[in-house]
Design a protein around this ligand. Structure first.
Ligand SMILES: [Zn+2]
Length: 503
């Protein structure tokens, strides 16, 4: 640890703490409360292991596992990464870009905020809080209303002590699954312990079944172990793979906290770095300022062989290779893979359509015309708009030959979401600001006529954005494209606000 102190101090980061935990028992093998190098001028005497800090992205794996446990998700299912706004809350990814559609496992490994917030809205804040508390997050004790959707992107606080305890419990649930003839051992979820208790099993008995299934934990740790990382982490990807380390980083708003927590088949290692006085520093991210310390510690521990999958909770199921959904009748490439048993309840692939196309596959044709039938992957317009920017192999649904058009999903409003509640800001001079409505259309060059509450606003060509400033209340936006298709979209403007900083 101490040899990292000068590296951190070069960026005016003076404090760090670390834990190494034996997952089997929950015993703490190493405890570093702070850096000696911090000295009295940088609060080096403060034990930061127990300090409550913003959790950044460290809760995301538990939401992913919760949704897998309850059959709301499959591990590789495509999820939306598009501009999103819920009740005045507009999450952004770290790089402020959108992927359009991304496998859920990759969204977790890349720690994308937008899919995480969308997932939390779908799963619900209150059920997520119940799961977090059942897993041992007793300090995340306030109401669902208090945290809201920011819960999953750093809106809650916990300590390195508690976080390592819960990560170790999660790993322990998978490790002990099926041992001694029972699926779960009661008492596998428990806090860390500093001193070994004398004799026997140290697990504290509990009557409750664990909130997360071993199957869900298996896929969660797999996602945190295997999915390709950004280039900056490529070196560690190989290292993590060799050591069987599943790891998650966290960075708080304002770069005040950098976290990295990893588990393998035997140990949990957790790192926090930052400044005890809460001063943020550019470059203070989990990836840059905490993960290197974590991997340094894993490098000093024996490596651990990977665990067997918890097959008793898995079932083989045909899955669309492209979308990660259960395969539908029109999915062209299907793999039969293990999924968590509740995953059989998830919807089949909604993207593959069987269509008739002409020979060069540039136009769709009607029945009886010259052509052949093929499967085509069609994303909703908002997902397609961003996905196509990243994936050159993606081909939008071809138009009908002869200009006849009946594609009912040609238009989609990117912003605001259907039935969204928008705040319109007040400008510095006290005048009412504007909201920019953004629409995607499958056809690159077309026009859209805009109507708001029966009043014609104008026409957009190719770039479909319009600034609006309607009064508070409900509104109906009606869009008509060049082919006469109509899209109706409702949203609500809530009391305008000068100060949105309290969100
Ligand atoms: Zn499919």
């Amino acid at each position: 640890m101490e040899h990292f102190a000068p590296i951190l101090a070069a960026n005016e980061v003076h404090n760090a703490s670390a834990l190494i935990v034996d997952i089997t028992t929950g015993h703490v093998l190493a405890y570093v409360g702070n850096l000696q190098a911090a000295g009295p001028e940088h609060a080096g005497q403060v034990d930061i292991v127990r300090a409550q800090r913003s959790t950044g992205s460290l809760l995301k794996p538990f939401l992913y596992a919760d949704m897998l446990t309850h059959g709301e998700l499959l591990p590789e299912m495509l999820v939306a990464d598009v501009p999103t706004q819920f009740d005045g809350f507009s999450p952004k990814n770290y790089d402020e870009a959108y992927t359009g559609a991304v496998p859920a496992s990759e969204a977790l490994a890349r720690s994308l905020n937008v899919p995480a917030v969308r997932a939390l809205r779908k799963h619900g804040v209150a059920p997520t809080l119940l799961t977090l508390r059942s897993m041992g997050f007793s300090s995340i004790a306030r109401s669902a209303d208090h945290y809201g959707l920011s819960l999953i992107i750093g809106g809650a606080e916990s300590s390195l002590w508690e976080l390592c305890g819960v990560y170790a419990s999660m790993a322990r649930l998978e490790m002990n699954f099926g041992r001694a003839g029972t699926t779960y051992r009661l008492g596998d979820i428990h806090p860390l312990m500093v001193l070994p208790l004398t004799g026997g099993d140290t697990a504290l008995p509990t009557e409750e079944a664990p909130p997360l299934s071993a199957a869900a934990i298996h896929f969660t740790l797999k996602a945190l172990r295997e999915v390709k990382r950004p280039d900056a982490e490529a070196g560690w990807e190989q290292f993590a793979d060799q050591r069987g380390v599943a790891w998650k980083t966290g960075t708080s708003v304002g770069h005040r906290d950098a976290w990295s927590i990893g588990v393998n088949g035997r140990y949990c290692v957790g790192i926090w770095t930052g400044n005890a006085d809460g001063e943020g520093r550019p470059g203070l991210t989990g990836t840059l300022a905490a993960a290197p310390l974590m991997f340094d510690l894993f490098g000093r521990l024996p490596s651990s062989p990977p665990l067997d999958a918890p097959f008793d909770e898995l079932v083989k199921e045909p899955v669309c290779r492209w979308s990660g959904h259960r395969a539908g009748p029109d999915c062209p490439v299907v793999d039969t893979v293990f999924i968590p048993i509740p995953g059989k309840r998830t919807p089949v692939c909604p993207y593959h359509l069987s269509i008739l196309v002409d020979e060069p596959e540039l136009h769709r044709v009607g029945p009886g015309m010259n052509g052949h039938r093929t499967s085509w992957a069609v994303l909703p317009p908002a997902m397609e708009h961003y996905f196509a920017l990243h994936d050159p192999t993606y081909r939008p649904l071809p138009p009908y030959a002869g200009g006849a058009a009946e594609d009912q999903r040609a238009m989609e409003v990117l912003y605001p979401e259907p039935n969204a509640r928008l705040l319109i800001p007040v400008e510095l001079d006290g005048s009412r600001g504007k909201a920019i409505v953004e629409v995607a259309h499958r056809q690159g060059h077309t026009h859209i006529d805009w109507d708001l509450d029966g009043v014609y606003l104008g026409r957009t060509i190719t770039d479909h954005r319009m600034a609006i400033s309607p009064p508070d209340g409900q509104h109906l936006l009606t869009l008509t494209d060049a082919m006469g298709q109509v899209l109706s979209h409702r949203f609500t403007i809530v009391a305008s606000s000068r100060d949105r900083a309290s969100e």
